[in-house]
Design a protein around this ligand. Sequence first.
Ligand code: MG
Length: 161
Amino acid sequence: MKEPRVGIGFDSHRFTEGRPLVLGGVAIPFERGLAGHSDADAAAHALIDALLGAAGAGDIGRLFPDDDEAFRGAAGMDLLRKAMEEVRRRGYRVGNADLVVIAEAPRIAPHAEAMRAALAEAIGAPPERISIKGKTAEGMGSIGAGEGIAAHAAVLLLPVE
Ligand code: MG
């Protein structure tokens, strides 16, 4: 008899010039994007690690190694779909997921609903099961200095009956 499982995930990426800013699968108008081997979608990456952690299926670096050319420029949402396939293979579905995106700028709140819809679509769950909160770091530390963006995610997986 399977039981519910929880997972947490974290990710951060540094700002860089000349890349689009993509968070939770949504392109957000901003003067800088995030640096990374993939599309650097910190929100999607945090959610992937929470899903894989809850499922006992390793982590994003093990499933999608960043020294593997196959994943250069990979969309976080594509990796999220693949991670969710692994979760399903192990007999689980998402009960709910809760995300916090920490950015001094841009403001996350105006994009939270679009991110919620995109993430929900990728994991095959209704948007009501996803929550996204935007926070600033109140000017403290590297995120507060606007050097990058961080995201935390918590997930509850429920056994598929
Ligand atoms: Mg990442």
